[in-house]
Ligand binder design. Sequence first.
Ligand code: TRP
Length: 491
Amino acid sequence: MAHRDRWASRATFLLASFGSAIGLGNLWRFPMIAYDNGGGAFLIPYIAALLTAGIPLMMLEFALGQQFQKSTPGSFREVGRKWEFVGWWALGVGTIIVLYYAVIMAWAWDYLAFSLREGWKGDPQGFFDRFLGLTEGPGRMGGIRWAAVAGLALTWGSMYWIIKRGVFRVGKVVLFTVPIPIILTLVLAIRGITLPGAVEGLKYYLTPDFSALLRGQTWLAAYGQVFFSLSLGFGILTAYASYQPRNSDITNNAFLTSLADTGYAYLAGFAVFATLGYLATAQGVPVSEVARGGPSLAFVIYPTAISLMPFAPVIGVLFFLTLLTLGIDSAFSIVEAAVAGMRDKWKVSQERTTAWFCLFGFLGGLVFTTGAGLYWLDIVDQWMNNYGLVVIGLLECVMVGWFYGTRKLREYINEVSDFRVGWWWDFFIRWLTPAALGVALVTTLAQEFRAPYGDYPTWALMVGGWSILAIIIVAAAVVTSLPARAGRKEA
Ligand code: TRP
């Protein structure tokens, strides 16, 4: 058998998993979702979702990759031939996500440069709109924005350089890209907390509203955030675990990764809301008026606050460096997982497949660098996360819970792990987790039919939402039906 690549150490594997999980989602999604859903009280549903879905499913994804020593489609195929399809589907969803994720990083490169001269000064919103060349709707593409294209080339170029040798270089790169954003966020949090008005923002973030716990919406939000944030349902963690020796600990690794991710998200909330409190105080408006998540937090609200601070260029550079180092190890984790899937199936070369993939990613991302890019990004993001991800999580539960056997997988997990898990794990994977995901899915779908997403025209949701999903599913079926290439003799 050919030798499989190996992580240099357990710590390297853990760092890479942390890097994949800890991404832009922690910084601009968690704090806002927490605020919308009970503030400080949100930690209760979040931790419940972590324990009942996040950690059990992460153990499942780790265990499959590590046991079968294959990337996602290959590992799923070991359960049954047809399941390979779900693996490709997961990688397809991740691939679409990384197309726009890389564009957000492209903007961050540009803003890193703008920070030096505080290019947005005076009118951050207008500056961002002009920078994007934002058109009036998704139907008007406007032109390609060359500054974004340059940033995109930089993003894909660095990803290519990192992954072309497989996990060897990944292991070296995460030594920097994991601790750096954590340290920088700590710096930004301390800077934020020491600004006047910070307390107002933190009150806003943390004041517990226990009545939110009675709303179904809060619990759904918690499950959704756990999934996206832990990088579950993308086939990433299975691929990463396949480079671990078969006898490595699983339970501890899953707990550590989940807790590191949650801890960072909680910390990011301090950096974000302290700064928002400062901004609101300086402008004499309530915090609720400046509190927004998503791209506008990073590219409009935060820059506005930065301009008001002493040493603005320094803070600007630190902030955009945080975004870039946060994003890159999440982004390349899916590329690595997809390349691993193709490599396992067709025995293609790591370097050449990575090159083609990165080229495809760059070209595919160009859509989001047009004047309508932000609209398309928003639509695609909504569909991939709500339908792609949750459905895959559900299928993974069904696959292991009802076809492979939770008992069998749990025995393997317990054999290699320090901490042994009991029957509860079987119960979660067979019943609780799929039930929670099923409810989330049905609720979102019902919502979608009652009020279609955003103010977009229906055709745009068809193109950017449903048809992309359909294409992924068809492509996954086609790839599954293609014959694999038999292993070569040499390693
Ligand atoms: N976990 C990442 C975050 O919190 C996001 C993420 C999940 C992601 N899956 C991905 C990014 C796939 C790129 C590709 O930001």
